[in-house]
Design a protein around this ligand. Structure first.
Ligand code: ATP
Ligand code: MG
Length: 405
């Protein structure tokens, strides 16, 4: 009796898994947007504050320039020199640079280089904000006789704050991506160990009773009564099949050696074996342009893949339909084997899941047939297997790609 997997239902598992992915992605996007949003509020506040600071700086300058009597040391010390973060340039009325503050200029630079740097900074500042005007007045008459302009731009701190959430998102994204890869890698390594361990153990366990069955068959063959009833031949067929199964399990657990094989003959062998075991209303058709197409395969494992694809095709068709297997020669030394059925098809949203372990839509399915097929084709044959096309209620085509011999 088949038993259902311990998981509640593999369909639920895949649905939940996809939902979880969307939830994680959604939460990450919300956190990212939130982080950018709140930093932007901070940046706006800080910008306002820097603007006020430059205004104050300008007023202080204006004051010190116009006032000749008062003690201006306090203003110079407390306001003008206190601006040690916002880059500013003071232009005289002719547009020439008078003084500058908080601009990185190396004292060893020559005049030309310094000028170039200042002009570049000035251009940036002109793009960034409107300048603040300083009016120079005659101390006695208070008549404006000249004007100066203070240009400024965001402080380094402010620029850092603007970039900060993006850097944070970028670092988190890289971290997430690396963790995902590491997690996936360790999961695959774990799965590999289970596959190999379990299959080797199965092959090993089957081996002992199989050899004793083979010995018993020889005993039975010596009995003329039994031999004449044809029982021994039937038993022998089953034992041969058991041998094939054991060989498949033991090859999956080791690195199988590929050999040059006539694919047309191999396909016909599988079809011949399956035909007598499925409903007679299931029709098998094999097409090839040449009966001599050779491919590098491991026959017991490759037959297993074809059997799995055909069994799925039979399940998808119910009791009647046609399974067509086409053998084609592709470019780049490739051989294609297309297995098509006239079954119920695979819904588009499900195609991405059919090769995942445990994915099944069948009551008694384990969801391992295609996982195994993918493993055999990709890992042992360095080929590819994929759903080439599928139309709901009209059929599915799986394609296997392997190398020519
Ligand atoms: N030819 C096909 N037509 C329609 N659906 C298919 C076809 N082949 C596979 N599927 C879908 O892919 C799922 C996974 O197939 P897979 O062979 O891996 O597992 P299974 O057949 O359900 O179980 P088992 O482990 O017994 O093979 C199937 O349950 C089915 O929904
Ligand atoms: Mg299957």
């Amino acid at each position: 009796m088949d038993k259902k997997p311990l998981l509640p239902s593999s369909m639920d598992f895949y649905q939940n898994n996809t939902n979880l992915k969307w939830i994680i992605l959604g939460v990450s996007v919300i956190i990212s947007i939130g982080s950018v949003y709140f930093t932007n509020i901070l940046v706006d506040q800080l910008k306002e504050r820097e603007k006020d600071q430059v205004k104050l700086f300008a007023r202080a300058l204006e004051y010190t320039i116009n006032d000749t009597q008062n003690d201006i040391l306090f203003i110079t010390e407390e306001i003008i020199n206190k601006n040690n973060s916002i880059p500013t340039i003071l232009l005289n009325s002719k547009g020439e640079i008078d003084t500058y503050k908080n601009i990185d200029i190396d004292p060893t630079w020559n005049e030309k280089k310094k000028k170039e740097r200042l002009q570049n900074e000035l251009a940036d500042m002109k793009d960034a904000f409107q300048p603040i005007e300083i009016l120079l007045k005659d101390p006695k008459t208070q008549v404006v006789f000249d004007r100066q302009f203070i240009y400024y731009k965001n402080s380094f701190l402010l620029n850092e704050l603007i970039a900060y959430p993006y850097i944070q998102i970028f670092v988190l994204a890289i971290f997430g991506f690396i963790s995902y890869l590491a997690f996936n890698y360790s999961r695959t390594a774990e799965q590999n160990q289970v596959w190999v361990g379990l299959t080797k153990e199965t092959a090993h366990q089957l081996g002992t009773p199989l050899s004793s069955l083979m010995a018993w068959i020889e005993v039975l063959r010596d009995d003329p009564d039994i031999r004449n009833k044809g029982i021994v031949d039937e038993l022998d067929k089953d034992i041969q099949k058991l041998k094939v199964v054991t060989e498949r399990f033991s090859s999956i657990g080791s690195a199988p050696v590929l050999k040059s094989e006539n694919i047309y003959q191999l396909v016909n062998r599988v079809v011949g074996y399956l035909q007598s075991r499925v409903s007679s209303r299931i029709n098998f058709e094999v097409y090839t342009l040449s009966e001599n197409i050779l491919a590098r395969v491991h026959p017991p494992l490759f037959e297993w893949v074809l059997e799995n694809l055909c069994k799925n095709a039979v399940d998808a068709m119910g009791s009647t339909g046609t399974i067509a297997i086409k053998i084609l020669r592709g470019s780049d030394n490739k051989v294609f084997i297309d297995v098509s059925d006239t079954g119920k098809g695979i819904p588009k949203t499900m195609i991405a899941n059919v090769f995942k372990p445990g994915f099944t839509t069948k009551k008694r399915g384990w969801g391992l047939g295609l996982t195994l097929a993918k493993r055999i084709i990709e890992m042992y044959h360095e080929g590819r297997i994929f759903v080439k096309s599928s139309e709901e209620n009209s059929g599915t085509t799986f394609r296997i790609e392997v190398k020519t011999a």
